[in-house]
Design a protein around this ligand. Structure first.
Ligand SMILES: Cc1cc2nc3c(=O)[nH]c(=O)nc-3n(C[C@H](O)[C@H](O)[C@H](O)COP(=O)(O)OP(=O)(O)OC[C@H]3O[C@@H](n4cnc5c(N)ncnc54)[C@H](O)[C@@H]3O)c2cc1C
Length: 384
């Protein structure tokens, strides 16, 4: 049971819509600053955060044209160890943060050309990634296929167990006095041009952090609804032998042009992902999606054939129109937006929580967050 500090039960400083990794991180940090916080979510932790691989990988995830996001991702990766230390201390719950690094490998000559190009781009941005030849790849990961052509070792790209992380955040929230209400938010309450709460709860700040569902609340005018879409990801969980693990670190690969990753946890779980599909809110597994992941992974790591297949699932990443997150004040007073974290929501949760808490407490966001202004899409369409 949560310990409520929300006074009447119908008013609070902050109401957070959505109890995924983003909403729970914000709620926890805000409560630590002495604010009264209510989180609304019918099933906290059941959204994208439940399916995520948990890679904390600014360098191997870098994409052309996303240099601003890269800077935020690098800051987020630096912030992670202290966030995890605080969370583990607050809850006594280990969250599986592993700093074992990431090896990105190429399977055939074309894949190697793509990896070489990625390395040129990374080097141009001053990022640390070390080219390794085929033999060195297999010294690092002895079970890789002999056909692997070479790779890049990125010591700074780490991982966290996203399910343990969300469970710990939920506990931390409850211990910090956040009230978790297990029901869906329906209608935002607007008075004049100000958002004053939701579903009968009055709040100084209403935070939209409902992942890809953040644009679906009634009561908000169209220009104030965050523009967010679901990006489907099929993902697989395998169960390895803890004593004799098949992988020592995260492995990402291009296999005949198709990207995959394998994320080995200390407890034997290996997360194999993931598809990226524009299919709306469809959450069905497909033979093609899961079949390709398994086939590519087996080609890359033949020993996987002996490993137990534990789970297949689908998560919906929250994507914004430019695939960068929306973090900051919304289009109306009293409204705060924290969504659109797309492929990087686990990585970005701590810095998002810090920025949103600062916004609520001081009315400012840290330098550099203008780029992630939630109003950037609507503003561009306003006639001058
Ligand atoms: C297959 C896959 C792999 C990924 N791998 C990684 C990775 O390796 N690293 C990384 O950093 N990120 C990864 N991500 C992305 C990451 O999972 C997301 O960016 C992140 O989880 C988004 O968190 P969120 O809290 O915004 O949304 P969610 O986790 O989706 O949470 C939204 C919450 O809102 C709730 N909700 C919905 N409607 C309402 C309502 N009306 N009222 C109240 N609550 C509501 C839902 O129940 C849900 O709990 C991956 C995602 C997928 C799908």
């Amino acid at each position: 049971m949560s310990t409520s500090r929300s006074g009447s039960g119908h008013s609070c400083d902050v109401v957070v819509v959505g109890g995924g990794v983003i909403g729970l991180s914000i709620a926890w940090r805000a409560a630590l600053r002495g604010l009264t916080v209510i989180v609304l979510d019918p099933a906290p932790g059941s959204g994208a955060s439940h399916h995520a691989a948990g890679m904390l990988a600014p360098v191997t995830e870098v994409h052309y044209g996303e240099e601003d996001l890269l800077r935020l991702n690098l800051t987020a990766a630096q912030r992670y160890p202290s966030f995890v230390a605080e969370l583990e201390q607050a809850t006594g719950t280990p969250v599986g943060y592993r700093a074992t690094g990431t090896l990105a490998v190429a399977f055939d000559a074309d894949d190697k050309a793509a990896l070489d190009e990625l390395h040129r781009y990374q080097s141009g941005l001053g990022l640390r990634s070390q080219p390794v030849n085929a033999r060195e790849c297999r010294q690092l990961e002895p079970f890789l296929a002999t056909s692997v052509r070479g790779g890049l070792l990125v010591e700074g790209d780490h991982q966290v167990d996203s399910r343990r992380l969300v469970a710990a955040l939920l506990l931390a929230c409850e211990r910090a006095g956040v009230e978790i209400r297990r029901n869906a938010a329906r209608a935002v309450h607007v008075v004049g041009d100000r958002v004053v709460g939701i579903d009968g709860i009055s709040a100084g700040h209403t935070v939209l952090a409902a992942g890809c569902w953040s644009g679906q609340l009634a009561g908000l005018p169209a220009h104030a609804q965050p523009s967010v879409r679901p990006v489907k990801g099929q993902i697989i969980r395998l169960r390895d032998d803890v004593e004799h693990p098949v992988l020592a670190r995260n492995v990402r690969a291009f296999v005949r042009g198709r990207p995959i990753y394998l994320v080995p946890r200390a407890d034997g779980e290996i997360v194999l992902g993931a598809t990226s599909e524009e299919q709306g809110f469809d959450t069905r597994l497909t033979v093609e999606g899961t079949g390709d992941l398994l086939a590519d992974a087996r080609v890359l790591l033949p020993r996987l054939g002996e490993i137990v297949l534990a789970e297949m699932s689908v998560g919906l990443r929250p994507g914004s129109p430019d695939n960068a997150p929306m973090i900051g004040a919304g289009a109306m007073a009293g409204l705060v937006v924290a969504t659109g974290h797309y492929r990087n929501g686990i990585l970005l949760a701590p810095v998002t929580a810090d920025a949103i808490t600062q916004l609520i407490v001081d009315g400012t966001t840290p330098d550099g967050y203008e780029r992630f202004d939630p109003c950037r899409f609507t503003r561009a369409t306003v006639p001058v």
